[in-house]
Design a binder for this molecule. Structure first.
Ligand SMILES: Cc1cc2nc3c(=O)[nH]c(=O)nc-3n(C[C@H](O)[C@H](O)[C@H](O)COP(=O)(O)O)c2cc1C
Length: 397
């Protein structure tokens, strides 16, 4: 029996690539157009460095913090992803892993599992929605999430329907009926562990979005929902304020990468924002999130919680983000690779890798707590940052 444990997220990704059918792997890798932003999200973390100490280091290091009022044991939470067909337990396995490691779960409105099951697995669940459909259907999604006990709402706004990828997009069927399974069959045969996991669960991968309709009603197919989203006119800032008011509870705006937008978000009353470019899946050539974070944290970090997502694969990435002004980070592909590699245990493994890496970086930097981190803890090459949306004659600098 090979050792199920893996030591880095890169190894989890290699195992995910081996285990998943090529089309499922490609759907998770995603990225848009040339993949410049997808790559820069990770490359920028590698460009930022540390200057460690050797003695007088703290014997104990503290990672506990809060996000949207929820206590978490490390500054990392689960970013919402529309994960279909990766693992039979899907988002419930991810929620269990996050609960076991003391952190919160973001659940996508395009997720494959009902929110009630996810909240039962992890009471620290935030529900994520897009601006899609009419106001009644958005109120319906919020009502269901509230009734299920969601601890906060994440509204994601950075999506501009940019679909093409230079390395090609996978074929994803409308639903997994026998015809589609026959088309998938060669991929399943060459990836027997993936197929076996679904065979054991006696379920086909779920390609519907159950959280978009009231409890008990059949959810739309993934593509049906996507089509409806594409046809919805994009929201104004007044619409965002409306969502914020209707929800009433803790509210996080995901997808900000400019200072002017961050200020508008504060004006409409958000409690938190995530500096994000959707993991490089939105407008390609948008700079890495870690490059745009410092200016946003400086502008609004004193008023709301500033989080970051995009490119986080190591504990040291988390420490760099915190040193540059983030309160915590959200992870996307890192836990998807863990889920594909080992289900719930694989996601726990990823969270353990990040916790261990954060601890090592704190030790080396001589910090006894994540709350002591400052920009002086990281070394940035000249021209590293990209402050976007600052006022002044040069406009977007
Ligand atoms: C396969 C995939 C599906 C995603 N689906 C959603 C989604 O439904 N809602 C959302 O807000 N963000 C979604 N995202 C974006 C993630 O929440 C997050 O912003 C991104 O993955 C962070 O980058 P990282 O993967 O490098 O950590 C998705 C990302 C991926 C890779």
């Amino acid at each position: 029996m090979p050792n199920a444990w893996f030591e880095t997220v890169a190894e989890a990704q290699r195992r995910a690539k081996r285990r998943l059918p090529a089309s499922v792997y490609a759907a998770l890798l995603a990225g848009s157009e040339r993949g410049t932003t997808y790559e820069d999200n990770m490359a920028a973390f590698a460009e930022a460095g540390f200057a460690p100490h050797v003695a007088g280091l703290p014997a104990k290091r503290d990672q506990a913090t809060t996000v949207l009022g929820e206590s978490i044991s490390l500054p990392v939470i689960i970013s919402p992803t529309g994960v279909q067909a990766v693992h039979p337990d899907g988002e419930v396995a991810v929620a269990r892993a996050a609960a076991a490691r003391g952190t919160a779960m973001g659940l996508s409105s395009f997720a494959s599992k009902p929110i009630e099951e996810v909240v039962a697995a992890n009471p620290q669940t935030f529900f994520q929605m897009y601006w899609m459909g009419d106001k009644d259907s958005m109120l319906g999604q919020m009502a269901r999430a509230r009734a299920a006990g969601a601890k906060g709402l994440i509204v994601t706004l950075d999506w501009s329907f940019s679909h093409g990828r230079d390395w090609g997009s996978p074929h994803i069927p409308e639903r997994l009926d026998l015809k589609a399974m026959a088309r998938f069959a060669p991929e399943g045969i060459t990836h027997p562990r993936w197929l076996l996991a679904f065979a054991r669960s006696r379920r086909l991968p779920n390609l519907t979005a159950p959280n978009l309709t009231p409890v008990g009603e059949k959810g739309p197919t993934f593509f049906g929902a996507y089509g409806q989203w594409m046809q919805t006119p994009p929201p104004s800032w007044e619409d965002v304020a409306w969502l914020r008011e209707q929800w009433g509870g803790r509210f996080l705006l995901k997808g900000v990468c400019r200072v002017d937008d961050a200020k508008r978000a504060v004006d409409v009353g958000v409690d938190a924002l995530s500096v994000s470019n959707h993991g490089g899946n939105n407008l390609d050539t948008t700079p890495a999130t870690i490059r745009v974070l410092p200016a946003i944290a400086e502008a609004v970090g004193g008023q709301i919680e500033v989080l970051l997502d995009g490119g986080v694969r190591r504990g040291s990435d988390v420490v760099k983000a915190l040193a540059l002004g983030a309160r915590a980070v959200l992870i996307g592909r890192a836990y998807l690779w863990g889920l594909a590699a080992g289900g719930q245990a694989g996601v726990e493994n990823v969270l353990d890798i990040l916790r261990g890496g954060i601890d090592s970086a704190l030790l080396g930097l001589g910090r006894s707590s994540i709350h002591e981190l400052t920009p002086e803890d990281v070394v940035l090459p000249q021209g590293f940052t990209r402050p976007l949306g600052l006022p002044g004659p040069s406009g977007t600098r």
